[in-house]
Design a protein around this ligand. Structure first.
Ligand SMILES: [Zn+2]
Length: 114
């Protein structure tokens, strides 16, 4: 599967996630999707990321902001059902809330073929 095919499939899953979250009563706003190597280097240097090989570089990851009652939600416990939904959409989908090295609840990715 080509990278652009993976990117398109990823984005369709992101649409489903946004729709699902909205149905669950969240207001969803968009964060980062595409990322340059230069920006990744800054995140790595400042500890915001633990890798120089982020899926954002392949445009197969998105950071989303979830709000309830006007307040942004960071809680892994509250967002876990969204992460679980995301991972049921495709076997290659990973939720950042389940990362072991750096829990990243707003992050949703699809691991493309190497
Ligand atoms: Zn991210």
């Amino acid at each position: 599967m080509s990278l652009s095919t993976e990117q398109a499939a990823f984005l369709l899953d992101a649409c489903k996630l946004i729709q699902y979250a909205t149905e669950q009563g969240f207001v969803v706003t968009g964060g980062e999707l595409a990322r340059t190597p230069e920006q990744q280097a800054i995140y790595f240097k400042t500890g915001r990321s633990k890798t120089m090989d982020s899926i954002h570089l392949k445009r197969c990851a998105i950071d989303l902001n979830f709000f309830k009652n006007g307040k942004i939600i960071w809680s892994k416990e509250i967002l876990a059902p969204l992460g679980a939904y995301w991972e049921t959409l495709h076997p290659k989908n990973r939720w950042g809330g389940n990362f072991s090295n750096l829990v990243d609840c707003p992050h949703f990715e699809r691991v493309p073929a190497p």
